[in-house]
Ligand binder design. Sequence first.
Ligand SMILES: [Zn+2]
Length: 325
Amino acid sequence: MVYYAGVDLGATNVRAAVADEEGATIGVSRNGTPRGPTGIDVTEGVLRTLREACGEAGIAPTRIAATGIGSIGPFDLAEGAVIDPANLPDSIDRIPLTGPIANLVDSDEVYLHNDTAAGVIGERFHADRNPDDMVYITISSGIGAGVCCDGQILAGWDGNAGEVGHCVVDPRGRLTCGCGHDGHWEAYCSGNAIPDYVRLLADDDPTIDTGLALESPDFTAKDVFELAGEDDLADYAIEQLAHWNAVGVTNVIQSFAPIVVSFGGAVALHNEELVVDPIRERVSEMLLNNVPEIRVTDQGDDVVLEGAIASALTGGTGDRGQLQG
Ligand SMILES: [Zn+2]
């Protein structure tokens, strides 16, 4: 019997799972992502989590034939490491992943993907039709896409293909993105950005009634969606978010011609009717290309971990035709 492993390294949690050759999960583990002080501490946290998952599965790590990793970036792909991750302390400059994991499991079959690429691998593997042309879009604290085009998972230079949250959607550039540039999709529609965007809309038109606590430091995107249908400013904001999301998603569909677009990330998962349904309605009016199926992932918060396992099972592709074992 051979076994496969998946690792999901996020800024908050690191998770690992061990699967049998059918892809059935037989051991899992989750820990908080170490906050440093160095990247090596994060590496050790990943290795510990993977060892724990092996322990729960009742196997030695060296029984793992292949490992997939879905991780926060950015990467040095040649070194198999995360470099200067944005949402971890500054003292963490380099998190080696593929080398240490290959040592632990005694196999060089270790596939490193950014988390959205892992998302599309998982969606492709579990999809009814296993399509060769598919996009996974996360709308969460940030926005990004994983793209499978002609059966290839796009990586690009240093794995940065699919950083679509940093596409300009508003040429007036009224909001500045966390990356420092103006008018990016993520600067309007990510969970982190929505409060500032709602404040901007309120400044534009102070006559719109609202009960939202705009000036409170505790004001979050969740407050806006909770007042849908009850608050004029919340409703107006949700409509404007739908517009920018539709612009961003249309650009992605025109660029890659997917058959299926699958959404994940907390903002999309928790607000399907208010976020994804309006995108579906608007995109069909904006596209020249064929209108793809637009859906929400069935895998919820597990989509990256499931993608990492699917990567291990399929040589990094999510193509069930490539199943090993
Ligand atoms: Zn940006």
